[in-house]
Design a protein around this ligand. Structure first.
Ligand code: GLA
Length: 395
């Protein structure tokens, strides 16, 4: 509550508002993916959860067509202004392209947005760490638009428009997992999402004597976005090769490992073959992981997380020295049930399941080994599954 009171105070100060100006407060979480990596755009199943930390927004509607946006995370950039009549991607607007893009996408989809607003954002998700700080701003802005302009739209549609913004306005060809888990998250639950059909179900994820520990490599992703698009493009061309040769599939994850092995020679690019192997094997791991969860077999779930990492390292090649060092250090700890990179990779975070009684030594030892190897300081967070994006109230 103190956090919100402070944000409202800062909002009024930054935008020189009277103290009695009504302000509305919204929240969207970050997300962590437990298993099912780089397969949301290959028609696979993923198993993420929303977190109990994320992005807050304090908003007040304006009478004119101006949007003034400010982020406490990028104070040096000050207030960034743009108009409803000119919603164009502009590099110098930096992070503000996310809300700008969402507004543009909603307008293009035919929603009636007829004025601007002032908004202050504050996120306690580490930026660029693979916990979806950008999808969090996108879904948050969608929720703000729905509320301020009384739009007739449900959460899944908002999730889709947020993903469209990332794909078309920002230029990152991401799948739907991040925006979906941020919009549809539920406290104490992870979401099993079929990215082909968008069918989903919630699975309680409160472990009796263990916790989700997220570790940030503190390595910026750098070229991650272009490599992400590259991976996706190579999966798409492999799918085309397979379909053109007569295989009746609509996405790579329609195959199981047996079908993949029988048909891999049809993929023209040598480099794409291990990429496809990852997609198919990862989807099989998610299905097995679900069985384990249903049977209360958390240890095998952990082993599947470990093999997911190995596949992302050797076949999909999206890990790198920092993520590998952090995961390998985690694997050596007595209390670790499983550990893997999470999100897009190329830096960012790992996710581990760690027995509660060992968390302290886990953080100490993994942090120490990681520092010795990479010279970087890791940061650790406990990942509690939280609720999805929502309005918090009027203040
Ligand atoms: C990023 C993308 C997601 C997903 C993951 C990898 O987070 O935004 O759509 O592809 O990478 O699983």
């Amino acid at each position: 509550m103190e956090l919100i009171t402070n944000l409202v105070k800062n909002f009024k100060k930054e935008f020189t508002k009277e103290n009695n100006t009504p302000a509305e407060v919204f929240f969207a979480p970050g997300r962590v993916n437990l298993i099912g990596e780089h397969i949301d755009y290959n028609g696979g199943k993923v198993f993420p959860c929303a977190l109990d930390f994320g992005t807050y927004a304090v908003v007040s509607k304006r009478d004119d067509k101006t949007f003034r946006v400010y982020s406490e995370n990028f104070k040096n950039l000050g207030i960034i202004e743009f108009s409803l009549d000119s919603l164009i991607y502009d590099k110098k607007d930096d992070w503000a392209n996310y809300p700008k893009g969402v507004i543009k996408t909603f307008l293009d989809a035919g929603f009636n947005i007829n004025s601007g607003f002032d908004v202050l954002y504050f996120g306690n998700i580490p930026n660029g760490a693979g916990l979806s700080s950008s999808a969090s701003i996108e879904v948050l802005t969608s929720v703000i638009l729905k509320d301020l302009f009384k739009l007739d739209i449900n959460m899944v549609e908002m999730v889709k428009l947020s993903q469209k913004t990332e794909n078309e306005f920002i230029g990152v060809n991401c799948g739907i997992m991040d925006q979906f888990s941020i919009g549809m998250g539920k406290k104490d639950n992870a979401i099993l999402l079929d990215c082909n059909t968008l069918d989903y179900s919630y699975a309680p994820f409160i472990l009796k004597d263990a916790s989700i520990v997220i570790a940030n490599t503190n390595k910026r992703r750098g070229l991650g976005e272009s490599k992400y698009n590259e991976r996706r493009a190579s999966c798409e061309s492999a799918l085309e090769d397979l379909k053109n040769s007569g295989l009746k599939i609509s996405s790579l994850c329609d195959m199981n490992m047996k079908i993949f092995e029988e048909n891999k020679h049809l993929i023209k690019s040598e480099e794409a073959i291990p990429r496809v192997k990852h997609a198919v094997s990862e989807n099989e791991r998610v299905l097995k992981a679900m069985e384990c969860l249903n049977n209360g077999d958390i240890n095998t779930f952990g082993e599947l997380m470990n093999s997911s990492h190995t596949s992302l390292k050797d076949d999909y090649e999206v890990t790198g020295f920092e993520l590998d060092s952090l995961v390998e250090a985690a694997w050596e700890e007595q209390g670790t049930i499983g550990s893997r990179m999470t999100g897009a990779g190329f830096g960012g975070c790992t996710v581990s399941l760690v027995k509660n009684e060992y968390i302290e030594t886990f953080i100490k030892n993994v942090g120490k080994k990681y520092k010795e190897k990479t010279g970087l300081e890791a940061a650790f967070y406990i990942g509690n599954p939280g609720d999805g994006a929502r309005k918090l109230g009027d203040f």
